[in-house]
Design a protein. Sequence first.
Length: 82
Amino acid sequence: MDIVWFILIGIAAGWLAGRITSGRAFGLIGDLIVGVIGAIIGGFLLSVLKITSAGLIGSLAMATLGAILLLLVIRQFYRRPV
């Protein structure tokens, strides 16, 4: 059951990060990938800072923070041709 929550939080975090950074979403699979990688990045950064997240809201906030950072990095290197 944990993997289901991880996937659902990843989808939500990827979608939220796409909306917060005022970009467009990458679709369900893209949002999932961005959210899951963002959760890993967010978890690593918060553990380095000795900050813990608890519960569903804490996990979602951590994953969204990591996904936002990931999207900012992706957008620095990937520009669409006009």
